[in-house]
Design a protein around this ligand. Structure first.
Ligand code: GLA
Length: 391
C-alpha cells in the first residue's frame, strides 16, 4: 500500500463490475483535463472477532480484504473541491473549502475530510479528486473507512502533511462521527490504516496499543456478503451504543471494558433484560478476542473456530444484531466439514460473514454456501474473499 501512488488508469480505473460492452469510466484526464498528481489507497477490512467492543473501550481483531479504495488527486490554486466517484453515476460534485455542509450523500465523506483536516490545524487548498473502489458498499467491510483513509492519505501526500498512521485513523473517525454523523468506534479506521493481509491487528481500542498477529498456517478466510445492506448511520447501531453507555453507568463502570468477566451473571442480575444481554455480549466478546489471539499464536485452529461460532451466537442472541439471512449463511457454512468457524462480521443488521476454512478450499466453500443460500432465501450472496480467479 503506497501513499503517493501515481494515478493509475488501468484495471482499477475501469472499476469493478463493469459489464462487457459498457462504457469504461472516465479517467482523471477525461474528468479534469489534466493528470492526477498523487493519490491514496486504503483497503476494506474484515473483523475476525471483537464486535461492538470498540466503542466500549475493548479489544478487536480485524484484518484487511483485497478490495481497495483508490483516490487520485490534483491540487487547485483556488478553494474549490471537485470530486467524482466511479461507484456513483453522476457528474463531479463541487463545493468550496470552508463551506462544507452535510448533504446525506457520498460527497459527505469528501467534505468530512476537508472539514476535519483544517479543524486539526492542517491548511488545505482546493483539489480535483477521482475515486474508485472495489470495497462493496453496505457489506459491513468498512467501505466508509476505506474511503476516509484513502482520501486522508491522498491529502497527506498532496500537502506534505506530517500525520502518522494512528493520528490519521483518529482523524478519519472524527470526520465520520462529527461530520457524517455516524457514531462508529475506532476499529475500522485503524484497520484500514494499519492492518495487513493475513495479519490481524490485535487492537486495544482504549489505548490504541496494537500487536500484529499472523493467521495460523493451513487456514484461509472466506468472506461472503449476504446482499442485505448494513448501515452504521442507521438508528440501531446508535441504540446499541446508548444501551452500553447506560449499562456501564448503572454498573458504576466508566465503560463496559471495565466490567470484570468474573461472576458476570451476579454483577448484571439487577439490570433490565435488554441491558443484561448487551453487557453479556460485550464482556464475553472482549474475552473471546484475547482467547482468539492466544489460539492464533498457539496455531489452535479448532479453538479459533469455536470462538467464531460463540461470537456469532452472542451477537445473535444477546446483542441482537444479526438477521435471518446472516444466520442462514453461518448455518450453511457450519455444515461444511472444511469450515472451522463462521460468524457475522462488522456492525450487523445485514452485511457479511467471515469463515475460517481449511487452506485452499475457500473459493469452493464460499461458492457452495452462496448457492445453497440462493436456493433457500432467493437472495444472491457474493463471495468476496478469496476473490474469484482473475478478479
Ligand atoms: C461498525 C463500526 C465499528 C464497530 C463495528 C462493530 O463497523 O464502524 O466501529 O463498532 O461496527 O464491531
Amino acid at each position: 500500500m503506497t501513499d503517493t501512488q501515481r494515478a493509475d488508469h488501468g484495471a482499477a480505473g475501469a472499476g469493478p463490475g463493469l459489464q462487457p460492452g459498457a462504457q469504461p469510466h472516465p479517467t482523471f484526464r477525461d474528468l479534469y483535463g489534466r493528470e492526477a498528481e498523487c493519490g491514496g489507497v486504503a483497503p476494506g477490512r474484515v473483523n475476525l472477532i471483537g464486535e461492538h467492543t470498540d466503542y466500549n473501550g475493548g479489544f478487536v481483531l480485524p484484518t484487511v480484504i483485497p478490495q481497495r479504495t483508490t483516490v487520485e488527486l490534483a491540487v487547485r490554486d483556488d478553494r474549490v473541491v471537485r470530486a467524482w466517484s466511479a461507484n456513483i453515476h453522476e457528474p463531479p460534485a463541487e463545493y468550496h473549502l470552508g463551506s462544507e455542509a452535510r448533504r446525506g450523500a457520498w460527497i459527505d465523506y469528501v467534505q468530512a475530510v476537508t472539514w476535519v483536516l483544517p479543524e486539526a490545524g492542517h491548511a488545505l487548498c482546493g483539489a480535483d479528486i477521482r475515486i474508485s473502489s472495489s470495497v462493496p458498499l453496505g457489506g459491513g467491510l468498512s467501505s466508509s473507512a476505506a474511503l476516509e483513509m484513502a482520501l486522508l492519505r491522498a491529502f497527506r501526500a498532496a500537502f506534505g502533511l506530517q500525520i502518522d498512521d494512528v493520528p490519521l485513523a483518529k482523524l478519519g473517525q472524527r470526520a465520520e462521527n462529527e461530520f457524517v454523523g455516524a457514531p462508529c468506534g475506532i476499529m475500522d479506521q485503524m484497520a484500514c490504516s494499519l492492518a495487513e493481509d493475513r495479519v490481524a491487528l490485535f487492537l486495544d481500542t482504549r489505548t490504541l496499543a496494537f500487536d500484529r498477529v499472523p493467521l495460523p498456517p493451513g487456514v484461509d478466510l472466506v468472506v461472503i456478503n449476504s446482499g442485505v445492506s448494513h448501515r452504521v448511520a442507521g438508528g440501531d447501531y446508535a441504540t446499541r451504543r446508548r444501551e452500553c453507555e447506560e449499562a456501564a453507568h448503572m454498573l458504576g463502570a466508566p465503560q463496559l471494558r471495565d466490567v470484570p468477566a468474573a461472576s458476570l451473571e451476579q454483577r448484571i442480575e439487577s439490570l433490565p433484560d435488554t441491558l443484561r444481554r448487551r453487557v453479556r455480549h460485550v464482556v464475553t466478546e472482549d474475552q473471546r478476542v484475547v482467547d482468539a489471539v492466544e489460539a492464533m499464536r498457539a496455531r489452535d485452529v479448532a479453538r479459533l473456530g469455536e470462538l467464531f461460532y460463540a461470537s456469532h451466537a452472542s451477537m445473535r442472541d444477546d446483542y441482537q444484531v444479526s438477521i435471518p439471512e446472516i444466520d442462514l449463511l453461518v448455518d450453511l457454512a457450519r455444515k461444511d466439514p472444511r469450515v472451522h468457524g463462521a460468524r457475522l462480521t462488522g456492525g450487523g443488521f445485514g452485511g457479511s460473514i467471515v469463515a475460517l476454512v481449511r487452506a485452499a478450499t475457500g473459493r469452493d466453500v464460499g461458492e457452495r454456501v452462496a448457492r445453497e443460500y440462493h436456493a433457500r432465501s432467493g437472495r444472491t450472496a457474493t463471495v468476496l474473499v478469496p476473490p474469484a480467479l482473475g478478479a
